[in-house]
Design a protein around this ligand. Structure first.
Ligand code: NAD
Ligand code: TYD
Length: 338
């Protein structure tokens, strides 16, 4: 593989993935296509933007003309689709952008990949497509799809289109489904970076309901290695689950963060629960371990500590987001319009 297209590469996981792939594959060039929504931050890739093996084009995966032009500039061997609206709470406020990007965008992107005969496609999806677990059991790749939020419903619809394109057209796609990620460059609307930055600013931490919902946490680097393995070794038409084998209630997570930050538990504020809040996510990732030779490597204790250190060392990055300054970066660097 010589040229890889990554969509949504200015977001949290996509930017970590691009950095990992450039470092690990010296002969590989990457074309990053990103719409730069509120979640797309070119500062996430400031350290590699002058790398001769990296190129960026701003555009929407639902815009066929944009994709045809960007993907025809030279031969592209594979596409990894990270581009998405990704935040459950935003999908509850307005599901429109979720359907446009996660469903229509996935369809348009696959149509252009078919037209240009691109030989490999990875759809980066989520364990949330499986719905919610009770106190026991794990999601496997065969668990029925039962999404509960507009976000997870739109990701499920995207996954079903990928499945159908493989079945109908032999489209060379693999789907990955991962649990909750944490790590550097995560937008501070998700619980871990939000709570770190609130605690550092002496602001309260809004725990939804009693904080008894359970999430399985995986470091973003472990997820990115999983996507890399699915891209290189995954069988077309297959789904691979990734998880961190680290289940925590939100209140346990919140108390751990406060302890590591040396902040008081009095900052915890229980607030109205999220409507339709999924109780528990937990992943069986044994298929990925067996077939891809992948397994999570970073313990939660080490990963959380290094993540906190990263946020402590990147106060300016957080401040640029909180102030809205980050949205001007693209204009300053490229003279483009936002
Ligand atoms: P993110 O919100 O941080 O980044 C999304 C990126 O996609 C942004 O750069 C944004 O500008 C871009 N984008 C949005 N709409 C676009 C469009 N129409 N065209 C082109 N670019 C567009 O998200 P993330 O946390 O990095 O998640 C990436 C992918 O991984 C998503 O598909 C998400 O569903 C999936 N995922 C996330 C998690 C998690 O814990 N964050 C877990 C499992 C799966
Ligand atoms: P989030 O980081 O939004 O990820 P997801 O909804 O995709 O799992 O939320 C993780 C958990 O934290 C979820 O159970 C909701 C809860 N949560 C809070 O309690 N307070 C908050 O401010 C946020 C953003 C999330």
């Amino acid at each position: 593989m010589k040229v890889l297209c990554v969509t949504g590469g200015c977001g949290f996981i996509g930017s970590n993935f691009i950095r990992l792939m450039l470092a690990g594959h010296p002969g590989l060039s990457i074309l990053n296509l990103d719409k730069l929504t509120y979640a797309g931050n070119p500062e996430n890739l400031a350290d590699i933007e002058n790398n001769s093996r990296y190129a960026f084009a701003r555009g929407d995966i639902a815009d066929r003309a944009f994709l045809e032009e960007a993907l025809s500039r030279g031969p592209v061997d594979a596409v990894v689709n990270f581009a998405a609206e990704s935040h459950v709470d935003r999908s509850i406020l307005d599901s429109g952008p979720f359907v446009r990007t996660n469903v229509v965008g996935t369809q348009v992107l696959m149509d252009v990949c078919r037209e240009l005969k691109i030989g490999r496609f990875v759809q980066v999806s989520t364990d949330e497509v499986y719905g919610s677990l009770g106190p026991d059991g794990l999601f496997t790749e065969d668990t029925p799809l039962a999404p509960n939020s507009p976000y997870s419903a739109s990701k499920t619809a995207g996954d079903l289109l990928v499945r159908a394109y493989h079945h109908t057209f032999g489209f060379p796609a693999v789907i990955t489904r991962c649990s909750n990620n944490y790590g550097p460059y995560q937008f501070p609307e998700k619980i871990i970076p939000l709570f770190i930055s609130n605690a550092l600013a002496g602001q309260s931490l809004p725990v939804y309901g009693q904080g008894l919902n359970v999430r399985d946490w995986i470091h973003v680097e472990d997820h990115c290695r999983g996507v890399e393995a699915a891209l290189l070794k995954g069988r077309a038409g297959e789904v691979y689950n990734f998880g961190g084998r680290c289940e925590l209630t939100n209140i346990e997570l919140t108390r751990t963060l406060l302890r590591l930050l040396g902040k008081p538990e009095s900052l915890i504020r229980h607030v109205t629960d999220r409507p339709g809040h999924d109780l528990r996510y937990a992943i069986d990732c044994s298929k990925a371990e067996r077939e891809l030779g992948w397994s999570p490597r970073i313990s939660f204790a080490d990963g959380l500590k290094s993540t906190i250190d990263w946020y402590l060392g990147h106060g300016e990055w957080v401040e640029h987001i909180r102030s809205g300054e980050y949205a001007k970066y693209y204009e300053q660097q490229y003279g483009g319009r936002l």
